[in-house]
Every structure is written in C-alpha cells, then in structure tokens.
Design a protein around this ligand. Structure first.
Ligand code: ACO
Length: 323
C-alpha cells in the first residue's frame, strides 16, 4: 500500500524578535494581558525587504538537507500561504526557481491557518495517485505585512516564519503500524468569512488590506470544530486518542490548544507548544512546531502525530501521521 512518508523537515525564522514589552510601547497593551490571554511572549518579524519566498526558500533548503535530497529529487512544490510575494505568480514558483528547479510543478494553496494541513492532504493525494513521488510542502507567512499595527486586538497575536516537510511515496504493508500520512480530514464553511478576513484584494479593493478578526467569535468555534476533524481522522485510521504520541496543533492561542488537548486526554508533555516564541504564524505554525520537536529529539520514527488547524474561512482540518 502506497503511503506518503515524512523524509525530512526544516524551518526558518526571521532574526528580529518583537517582545510583548516592545509592543506595549506601540499599542495600549501589557505583557501580562498578552501572556494570560494567548500564551505569546514574543514573535519574529521579517526584515524590510524580506519576503515570504525568502523564508520559504530557507525552510525548504533545510528540509531538503534533512531529507538528504537535492532539489531535483522533488516533483511538486506546494506553498501554503495567505501572504504571497505577489498577487501572482504563486510564491511556490519563486521558490522553485531559487532552488534551481525547472521541472515538475509548483503552486500555492490558500486555506489561511489551515493551509499546511490542506497541503499535507493534497500532497498525500498526489503521491498516492501516482502523480508525484516526492512533494515539498511549505507553510510560509509574513503576517506582519497585513496587520493593522494600531489595532491592539490583532497586532499582538501574529508573527512571521516558515516551515517545510518532504513527503515521499513508500510502499507499506497496510498494517496499523504503517509509517506515513494515515488519515486527513478537511473542512470549510464560508459562512464565517467576516469573523476572520483581510479587508482587501485584487478584485475587491485593489489594495492589500489588513487582517480583521472577531477574536471572541473565532475562539468560541475553535475547539468544537477541530475536535470534529480530530475525531474523524482517528476514526479513519482506526486509532484511539490514547495512542497519540504527539499533538502538534496550529499555534494560535495556548488556551485553545490546552482546551483541545484536555478534551482528548493528552497531557502537557505530549503537546508541542511554540506559540510562546513564534506567535501565530498561520500556515507556518505547524511545520515550525514539527521541525522544533523533531530537532530537539521529541518526535522520533514510529511516533503517532496528530496535526490540527483552524483558520479564516473558516477552514479547518486534521492529519494523522506516523513518523
Ligand atoms: N491588550 C490589552 N487589552 C486588550 C488587547 C490587548 N492586546 N486586546 C483586546 N483587549 C481588551 C479588549 O478591548 C476588551 O476590553 P473591554 O472589555 O474593555 O472591551 C478586553 O481586552 C477583552 O477582550 P476580548 O476580545 O473579550 O478578550 P478575549 O479573552 O476573547 O481574548 C483573544 C482575545 C486573545 C483575541 C481571544 O479571543 C482569542 O484568542 N481568540 C481566538 C483568536 C485566534 O486564535 N485567532 C486565530 C485563529 S485562526 C488563525 O490562526 C488565523
């Protein structure tokens, strides 16, 4: 049975750290409020001129090195981003060119904070259908560029960064212990558009726009929606919550993460948290967290890992992966 197995991971953060203390000099907020409500202590901000493709390229290079592969070994590059360099072409083709790759296919995928989970599901489908052998899935964002830096209710929440993963088709024997992507569940409901969106775009205002969010409304829906898709992914794989070794959720808010983990009985030791240092990096947050937990020795071969995200749209999804 063909499975999409993880060959390597990589990530990249801009150098510039923006602390809560600094933010409290920019808008009417405090370190205490931000930490208590979100768990965020600091986030990274891309330098002037530093683009989403720069972060994506650095994460991709790290993932290829980790996998022991060259760019030419990749068939498809998929970049999940809501903050592309240009309206078009896709940021993925910019990364493709910088990797010196002029074969295969590259495209962007837009599912905001759920983009990486949607990317994993699409990469897995390309691999299992035989259309690609290796797919480089990148989540990369520069949300600092679309924030309203005078709006304290949103500007304290987000950061910039990128993470990447290489998936490779490998024959597995169909056992429950198979490595690779075991199940994915994707959902969306456009009825929630105005709870979390950017108020600009080529065909509406011809501006880039700024992120707008009804934070309390997003919070109210988050745990229930992601719990549904986690349940679905577990059911599809015939797995139980107690079998999960690592819970690697989208890093938006520590309270949402804690509430979800509690619901499934996952103790703090099994939950990977990076939101304290990265803030919410949208589609980049899961691959950044995965790469962190893999490089520090937590996630090892054979571990069962649950990924989950929810974001603008709303979109939401889960992916169950045996490392
Ligand atoms: N500093 C100080 N006070 C603030 C700040 C701030 N940065 N932001 C808001 N406040 C104030 C509000 O004005 C409000 O004051 P008021 O009572 O005088 O009106 C008070 O704090 C409480 O505001 P709430 O919005 O009710 O605060 P809440 O406890 O809901 O926390 C938060 C806000 C952190 C945004 C929370 O709702 C949340 O985490 N929501 C989910 C948001 C999220 O995770 N979005 C991303 C998910 S999808 C994606 O990743 C794109």
């Amino acid at each position: 049975k063909m499975r999409s197995v993880v060959r390597g991971t990589g990530s990249h953060l801009p150098d510039r750290v923006l602390t809560n203390a600094e933010l409290s000099g920019m808008v009417d907020t405090t370190d205490e409020w931000i930490v208590q409500r979100t768990g965020i202590r600091e986030r990274r901000i891309a330098a002037e001129g530093e683009r989403t493709s720069d972060l994506a390229f650095a994460a991709a290079t790290a993932a290829l090195a980790d996998a022991g592969l060259e760019a030419r070994d990749i068939d498809v590059i998929l970049v999940a981003t809501a903050t592309p360099d240009y309206t078009f072409p896709a940021t993925a083709v910019i990364v493709q060119d910088r990797l010196g790759l002029h074969s295969g296919a590259a495209f962007d995928l837009q599912a905001v904070c759920s983009g990486f989970v949607f990317g994993i599901a699409n990469a897995d489908a390309l691999i299992r259908s035989g259309q690609a052998h290796r797919v480089l899935v990148i989540g990369a964002e520069t949300f600092s560029r679309i924030l309203d830096w005078e709006d304290r209710t949103t500007c304290v929440l987000f950061g910039d960064g990128a993470g990447a993963i290489v998936l490779e088709g490998q024959e597995q024997d169909g056992a429950k212990t198979d490595r690779g992507v075991l199940a994915t569940r994707l959902r969306s409901d456009g009825g929630h558009l105005h709870k979390l969106y950017v108020d600009g775009g080529p065909s509406s205002t011809q501006t880039v726009g700024h992120l707008r969010m009804e934070g309390r409304e997003v919070f109210r829906h988050a745990v229930g929606l992601v719990s549904d898709v986690i349940d679905g992914a577990l059911a599809d794989a015939g797995a139980a919550a107690v079998e999960i070794d690592w819970f690697v959720p989208h890093q938006a808010n520590k309270r949402i993460i804690d509430a979800t983990a509690r619901k499934f009985g996952w103790p703090d030791e099994k939950v990977v948290i990076t939101v304290d240092r990265h803030g919410n990096t949208s589609a980049a947050s899961i691959p950044l967290a995965l790469d962190t937990a893999r490089r520090d020795g937590r996630i090892r071969e054979g571990d069962l890992v649950m990924l989950e995200a929810m974001g603008g749209g709303f979109t939401w999804g889960a992916a169950l992966v045996r490392w």
